[in-house]
Design a protein around this ligand. Structure first.
Ligand SMILES: [Zn+2]
Length: 237
């Protein structure tokens, strides 16, 4: 895949996630650079829905923009650089502040797989606690490489990490899968919040979560193709 195709997919993913309420004026999408795995592709600091392919610039794994530009990088680019550094299996990352997910970041262990589309959430219930890195000296943002490294280590080998009082980050091997997981983290949070109103939910067991996730992995491209078609019609990309 060329850098141009990857940049186009980042534009599409950003618009899809904005359209679905996973991103708003904030949040970001990146891909590992297929031409050089020691770099990644990400827009400069810009509202996701306004990103176009030409806004996507090459960053190194220190978080510096390599393309010559006067544009400012995203403050939280270190989420991306440090996860790519630690996880060679990860090729796509999405960071979101979706308001339906944030309640689960402030009550430890509360986010659980509540339906078959959310099996990948198994194990992601414990939020990253930024106070363990810097006490209460932070502004909650992952604004340097050390915080990015601490977050990446908390993510471990999972696909989703919650961030206390902030949001969540998805990291996986393809952009289509990352978009699917970001959408269904938000959907799962909404379903769980609804179910809790009715009583104690009957959650998926770890085995059910694994089985349903294994099945869904084979279906994710269908969602990506549908959402790309929809956004192309809506935005006339
Ligand atoms: Zn953030």
């Amino acid at each position: 895949m060329t850098a141009e195709q990857q940049a186009n997919d980042i534009m599409l993913a950003s618009a899809i996630l904005y359209d679905k309420g996973v991103l708003d004026a904030f949040g970001h999408v990146s891909c590992r650079n297929a031409a050089d795995p020691n770099s990644f592709l990400m827009s400069y600091s810009k509202a996701p829905d306004r990103i176009r392919a030409e806004d996507v610039l090459v960053h190194n794994l220190e978080g510096d923009i390599l393309t010559k530009t006067d544009k400012r990088p995203f403050l939280e680019r270190f989420i991306h650089s440090e996860i790519y550094k630690l996880r060679p299996d990860v090729n796509a990352i999405i960071h979101s502040h979706a308001p339906s997910v944030v309640p689960f970041t402030v009550v430890e262990g509360s986010l659980r797989p509540v339906c078959h589309m959310c099996g990948f959430l198994q194990g992601s219930g414990q939020p990253y606690e930024i106070r363990n890195s810097v006490g209460d000296a932070s502004d909650m943002l992952i604004r340097n490489a050390q915080l990015g490294k601490d977050l990446a280590e908390h993510l471990s080998d999972l696909s989703v990490v919650l961030m206390r009082g902030h949001g969540f980050t998805v990291a996986t091997d393809t952009l289509a899968k990352a978009v699917f997981m970001a959408v269904y983290t938000e959907v799962g949070a909404r379903i769980q919040l609804s179910a809790i109103q009715l009583g104690e939910p009957n959650y998926l067991t770890p085995q059910e979560a694994k089985n349903s996730n294994d099945t869904n992995i084979g279906q994710m491209d269908r969602a990506w193709q549908l959402w790309v078609e929809e956004i192309n019609v809506k935005r006339n990309f």
